[in-house]
Write a new protein. Structure first.
Length: 125
């Protein structure tokens, strides 16, 4: 009987522990470079594509890690519009952190550029 109860306790505790949300620390993002100057209208070609090529496309070139490719406008737009692109780079705990540690996270200027580009409707410019 005792054995059975401690077994139940162990099962309960392990289920409980895997389900409880471990708070994810806010990532220590690199400070925005003082020269973070973004155009009013963020350009995919001039701004977004170079950030993705430098930081993401070693893994996300078609077909891409996790079937996510960020190497063309049309592929990138899919994940931008789904919300995954921004949520992954701002380290939303419901998404996989991107780039995965120990890779260097984007700096806040790059994150701002991507957020703005998405907010502006993912322009193909
Ligand atoms: C070292 C390889 C690597 C790098 C670099 C990388 N990723 Fe990923 N990424 C992955 C893998 C692997 C997955 C799939 C993870 C999974 O499904 O558990 C993934 C998943 C994702 C997802 C889906 C996340 C979700 O929870 O839905 C997005 C969006 C993403 N990556 C964007 C990016 C962006 C943007 C960058 C660059 C800033 C980047 N990744 C850099 C390997 C990488």
């Amino acid at each position: 009987m005792k054995k059975c109860c401690s077994l139940l306790a162990i099962i309960f505790l392990s289920v409980h522990c895997t389900k409880s949300k471990v708070p994810v620390p806010i990532a220590p993002f690199s400070p925005a470079p003082s020269n973070c100057q973004l155009a009013d209208s963020i350009s995919y070609i001039q701004t977004i594509s170079p950030i993705l090529n430098a930081n993401c496309n070693s893994c996300h070139q078609y077909p891409g890690a996790g079937s996510i490719s960020l190497d063309s406008y049309s592929n990138t737009r899919i994940f931008a519009q789904s919300g995954q692109l921004v949520q992954a780079i701002i380290h939303d705990p419901n998404y996989v952190i991107m780039p995965p540690p120990p890779h260097k996270e984007l700096d806040s200027c790059e994150i701002k550029a991507i957020k703005l580009w998405v907010l502006q409707g993912c322009q193909d410019n």
